[in-house]
Design a protein. Structure first.
Length: 696
């Protein structure tokens, strides 16, 4: 079946997200913030995937990244329950920029591999998700190489002068993971002032893998709090202040302990204990014009991510680790209309990140605690500055050109470690893009984009010190302050078609990745037992991050949505191919490239406000593995088998503000694992949810 679907993908290619070109904003109900201010999706040349509130409301995610499963250009991977990442055009981790309400989620100890920090955003406090596929470094700077994904949280606005109250709640239970979810939020205000707040609670039990039993170390709890204040003293001015907190008090590192098809785990207790994210964000918008400046936005934010860990490697001691990133950011963005056919968008970004890191070990018999080597150089800092400008020009009424340029400077102060001296590293990047959107007919548009992105090495790349968990033979990482910035050049082109009954898009793309930073590269040295955390009598293999490879990627992102009476039929098909070479050696498959994958489904509206939606998620086998993939316990050295999961969603809008939903997942109880994930998918299960809204 997978081979047939692969062939079909080359003939039927489209996208569920973006709408086709339209001259007037009113013709495109979907607004996107890819250019930092809201613009009709029809006016954006870049490939976009957009999830709207009604699409988000119908889903039942564990982490917010689950919302993007089965969408154009995206493949999901989870190292374990409560952890999720997206792979965009073959890139992942710090190679993709993640934003929350316009501010960076990526910090300076983000890995260029799966990272649990991405999941530290409340999946039940989301109004919209936008993914710009392809490099977007002009607007967003370092890390925006594979793409930029942005989570936008709800903003409660009221229209009258009288005070009003709104509230909503959601209750949910899942049988396959014994998941219990509750979300409560409320808002009050009028057209001038509003305040909203909410609380989310998620408790997941041991996962049923379809073999009649439940899997140990897959249970966890998460909770989140949020609040937001909006004040509009006049039609031209708006102020916003928000706070977010999300926490995993104790999250098992499942794959490290248990292992997988590629090998056994280390069988020692290992937990994120706790991991949390605090986010305080202030925004000012000037909605009118003063002089040549229009639509001014100023954002100021502080994000604190705590990555605390606990391990018990043997019966004699425990190890505790505390890592903290304090990321402060300031962004300014404005627009100027040059002529009726041209406008200029421009802005400034400043970020400062401080990393604090400590590690201790405690003897179980004596309860004596001693300091150990920290994972990151304690007190290190990374500062970044970026200035950019983007011009939009309607050459003809049906032809839009977009060109942008950005200068970025990243300065890193790396503190001294027992293995390396203090160092200062400067990375400058000049990036840009050129985009074109041409309306060939009233319903058909053609896009063409050329873009360059870059990623400055962060503190994780430059300064990580200590044992690599799960490595065999045991590896010890040492800092490397001599890394260069990575860069990527990308070209994509696509066709979009939209009318009242049919929307589709095809995007074909290619990218060349240079100076790729590869972790865990042997230096040729051996670390003696007892040094830098090595605990092997024969010594440990010394490794570090190095710029040693180049990679090329090609792919097609596709989907279709076709309305037939009361039914909507849809399909998404994605294909990615990657090759990598290291120092002139023969080419090998690139690391962690997703298999051919997608989604096919139909949504049928029945009488009595009932909807029925069967859908199939699938992925082909992936046997093209590089050396790191073959040595990863999460991946079978022979490759990951293909799979298909049949699901059925039933929903009833019982009252205008009351929705009941039942979703049968993996109905055929197939045993499978998404490529690169650290735990098998859940077996057959039922998810029941009840959501209510009042005052809307």
């Amino acid at each position: 079946m997978m081979s047939v679907l692969r062939l079909v993908s080359l003939a039927l290619l489209s996208s569920v997200g973006p709408q086709a070109w339209a001259e007037a904003t009113a013709l495109s109900p979907i607004q996107v913030t890819a250019g930092r201010d809201e613009t009709a999706a029809a006016r954006v040349p870049q490939a976009m995937t957009v999830l709207l509130p009604e699409q988000i409301e119908s889903q039942v995610p564990q982490t917010w990244t689950d919302l993007l499963r089965g969408t154009p250009g995206v493949f999901l991977q989870s190292s374990g329950p409560g952890q999720g990442i997206i792979i965009v055009r073959g890139l992942k981790g710090s190679e993709v920029l993640h934003l929350v309400d316009g501010m960076r989620l990526n910090n300076s100890f983000f890995r260029n591999s799966p990272s649990q920090y991405i999941a530290l955003v409340d999946p039940y406090n989301i109004a919209r998700v936008e993914l710009q596929r392809g490099p977007a470094a002009t607007m967003y700077g370092s890390d925006a190489m594979g793409g930029v994904v942005q989570v936008l949280t709800p903003e409660e606005r009221f229209e009258g002068d009288d005070w009003e109250v709104r509230a909503q709640t959601r209750l949910q239970y899942g049988s396959a993971d014994l998941g219990r979810v509750a979300r409560v939020s409320a808002a009050t205000g009028n057209r001038t002032l509003s305040f909203s707040g909410g609380f989310s609670f998620m408790d997941f039990g041991e996962r049923d893998l379809g073999d009649g039993g439940r899997e140990d170390l897959t249970d966890y709890l998460a909770r989140g709090y949020d609040s937001k204040l909006l004040w509009a003293p006049s039609a031209e001015h708006e102020f916003m202040l928000s706070g977010q907190y999300f926490e995993y008090p104790d999250l098992p590192r499942y794959f490290e302990v248990v292992g997988g098809p590629g090998g056994a785990g280390n069988s020692v207790q290992a937990n994120f204990r706790p991991n949390d994210r605090r986010f305080l964000h202030a925004r000012y918008r000037h909605l009118g014009a003063f002089g040549p400046v229009e639509g001014l936005q100023i954002h100021v934010a502080r994000q604190v991510i705590n990555d605390d860990r606990f391990r018990q490697p043997n019966g004699s001691r425990t190890e505790s680790e505390q890592n903290r990133s304090t990321l402060d950011g300031l962004t300014l963005h404005a627009t100027t209309t040059l002529t009726p056919a041209a406008r200029l968008r421009y802005g400034l970004e400043v970020y400062q990140d401080r990393v604090d890191s400590a590690k201790t070990r405690t003897a179980i018999a004596t309860a004596v605690t001693t300091r150990d080597l920290s994972t990151f150089p304690d007190g290190s800092r990374q500062d970044s500055l970026g200035v950019y400008s983007v011009a939009d020009w309607h050459v003809l009424p049906a032809w839009q050109l977009e060109a942008g340029l950005r200068y970025s400077r990243v300065h890193t102060d790396l503190a001294a470690t027992p293995a390396s001296a203090a160092a200062e590293i400067d990375d400058d990047g000049l990036t840009g893009h050129l985009g074109s959107l041409l309306r060939l007919t009233p319903k058909l548009g053609w896009t063409l984009n050329l873009a360059r992105g870059f990623r400055a090495p962060n503190i994780f790349d430059l300064g990580t010190l200590g044992p690599r968990p799960g490595s065999s033979p045991q590896q010890v990482n040492v800092p490397n302050p001599d890394l260069r910035a990575e860069s990527i050049d990308s070209l994509d082109t696509g066709l979009r078609w939209t009318d009242d009954g049919l929307s589709l898009e095809v995007v074909a793309w290619m990218a060349r990745y240079k100076d790729r930073i590869e972790p865990r590269e042997p230096t040729g040295n051996t670390v003696p037992d007892g040094q830098f955390g090595c605990t092997t009598a024969v010594g440990c293999l010394e490794v570090q991050s190095r710029n040693i490879s180049e990679a090329e990627y090609w792919g097609v992102e596709s989907g279709i949505r076709w309305r037939l009476g009361l039914a909507d039929l849809y399909a998404v098909l994605n294909w990615t191919y990657g090759q990598e070479s290291r120092g002139g050696t023969p080419e090998t498959p690139a690391n962690r490239v997703p298999p051919f994958n997608g989604q096919v489904g139909a949504s049928l509206a029945l009488p009595a406000a009932i909807s029925v939606e069967p859908y199939l998620l699938f992925a082909d086998d992936q046997q093209r593995l590089d050396g790191d993939d073959r040595g990863d316990v999460r991946i079978d050295p022979q490759g990951t088998p293909g799979w298909a999961s049949l699901n059925l969603r039933l929903a009833w809008q019982a009252l205008p503000g009351l929705r009941l939903q039942a979703e049968g997942r993996n109905l055929l109880d197939k045993a499978y694992r998404e490529h690169g994930s650290g735990v098998d998918a859940a077996g057959a299960g039922l998810v029941l949810s009840l959501s209510g809204k009042w005052g809307r």
